[in-house]
Design a protein around this ligand. Structure first.
Ligand code: ATP
Length: 448
């Protein structure tokens, strides 16, 4: 048992469960250990993959140099019950042996650290997290498909991997396929090139859970969209879970066919918003803890206050500071962090967008005078552009609500809040508004 315990430290939990759970020591004589496994698949697999590891562990447990391991079969198969049509009657839950091999051998592309446990929940991602957790617990039952969208580096891939790893933990035999949209496209193109449509279909349709990352790259790929449409239908009809991520709402992926957009909306479409300061600090704390690093809260707060829109950059900033501190043998502190992040901070200052520029571009776009934009008239031709401008000030600058209010003729902060939420809602429901905002933002950014 000690040998098995030692070996378990080197094997990931799901593989361990599949291959070793039914294993037990039978006999130990001199330097020779016999273990029994429930069927021939397990025997072949353990002998092929883990024998060296087991013998090493045995050497060290026995203080021997050349111990040997014998794997025998115990159970119905050993008593002569044959496998019929590939089914094995080994008491292994009726599981198809080939299926076990297929699932356990498929290399999992999941990042071990992208789990639900390491995902920090905040206001911006609470709903997406809860939905992802719900589908992971009962795939194909609650939200199907689950469509998660949001900006760069906000944790979409993390959640997708977390779903995959959770399902796998619960049921290692479950057929889970994770692909990026790019891989899906390449697979499809290769299947056409190799004239092997059935292989492609099998690969994607014989899954219990299909996780597909960055679906926005289907944009403009008519044939791949067609292939995806059929894959989707086949899985959906079988109640297989589909989880999709994208950098934007399906409605705003140009050239995505309407029938796909509407299918995505059959399930749950939910977004991830950039994390607030508290969440950013919590993410840094968690990262420091996971990497067993001690960093003052003051430093974490400093980093979190400077890097706000992308969690990948947030983590990158911490890593950079720590690397610098260890390379130069200097204590991690706020001044050191300032020094290391100088270029990021400069870049941010450079990119800072003044309120006046936003006002100017909004006026130009809607053909209204600045005096009317910041004036008191509440008539629609002025009120709507004003609300758009306020929304953009919230989105593109770090200015506070009262400060934005003041820049718009001394309005109250609650007026700015109302304008911001109204436009944010419209963006999600009205394609014209979305396009307008997109266009104006582009104009503003191109002036920087
Ligand atoms: N809520 C969170 N808690 C902890 N870590 C997070 C969280 N959100 C994101 N991260 C981390 O931030 C990094 C970027 O996340 P991820 O790659 O999932 O983003 P993404 O939204 O898929 O980005 P992209 O649009 O570039 O594909 C990862 O290291 C991830 O673990």
């Amino acid at each position: 048992m000690e040998v098995l315990d030692r070996v378990s430290e080197h094997i990931d939990a799901p593989s361990w469960r599949v291959w070793f759970e039914g294993t037990r020591p039978v006999d130990l004589r001199e330097d020779r250990l016999e273990i029994s496994v429930p069927n021939s698949f397990a025997k072949e697999y353990i002998e092929g993959r883990f024998k060296g590891l087991l013998e090493e562990a045995l050497d060290s447990a026995l203080g021997a140099e050349d111990s040997s391991l014998i794997v025998s079969i115990e159970g119905p198969e050993a008593r002569g019950v044959r496998r019929e049509n590939g089914r094995n009657n080994d008491g292994n839950g009726g599981m198809d042996g080939a299926e076990v091999v297929r699932n356990a051998r498929t290399p999992r592309p999941f990042k071990a650290k992208y789990t639900f446990d390491t995902f920090v929940i905040g206001a911006g991602n609470r709903f997406a997290h809860a939905a992802a957790m719900a589908v992971a617990e009962t795939p194909g039952v609650v939200y199907n498909p689950l469509f998660i969208y949001g900006g760069v580096g906000l944790g979409k891939t993390h959640l997708l991997h977390a779903v995959g790893q959770y399902v796998e933990e619960q049921d290692p035999t479950s057929g889970i396929r994770y692909v990026t949209c790019e891989n899906f496209t390449n697979d499809f193109i290769n299947s056409v090139r190799d004239n092997a449509p059935l292989d492609f279909q099998r690969r994607y349709r014989e899954n219990d859970v299909l996780l597909i990352d960055d679906i926005q790259f289907l944009e403009g790929k008519i044939e791949t969209q067609e292939a995806f449409f059929h894959t989707f239908n086949a899985l959906y009809e079988e109640n297989k879970q589909i989880v999709i991520t994208s950098d934007r709402h399906p409605k705003y992926i140009p050239t995505l066919e309407d029938r796909l957009v509407s299918r995505f909306e059959w399930g749950l479409v939910t977004d991830i918003q950039p994390p607030d300061l508290e969440t950013r600090i919590a993410i840094l704390r968690k990262k420091a803890m996971m990497d067993k690093l001690e960093v003052d809260d003051e430093v974490l707060t400093f980093i979190a206050s400077k890097v706000s829109t992308n969690i990948r950059e947030l983590e990158g900033a911490l890593v950079r500071i720590l690397a610098y501190s260890s390379l130069y043998g200097r204590q991690v502190s706020v001044p050191l962090a300032e020094e290391v992040l100088k270029d990021i901070l400069l870049d941010a200052a450079y990119r800072e967008i003044p309120v006046e520029l936003i006002q100017h571009e909004v006026c130009r776009y809607f053909g209204v005078a600045k005096a009317d934009l910041v004036g008191q008239s509440r008539s629609k031709p002025f009120a709507y552009p004003r609300q758009v401008a306020m929304y953009l000030c919230r989105e593109l600058t770090d200015e506070s609500l009262p400060k934005i209010g003041r820049a718009f003729g001394g309005r109250d902060h609650s007026t700015v809040m109302h304008a911001t939420s109204k436009i944010a809602n419209l963006i999600n429901s009205d394609r014209d508004v979305f396009n307008q905002i997109h266009e104006i933002t582009y104009q503003i950014k191109s002036k920087r």
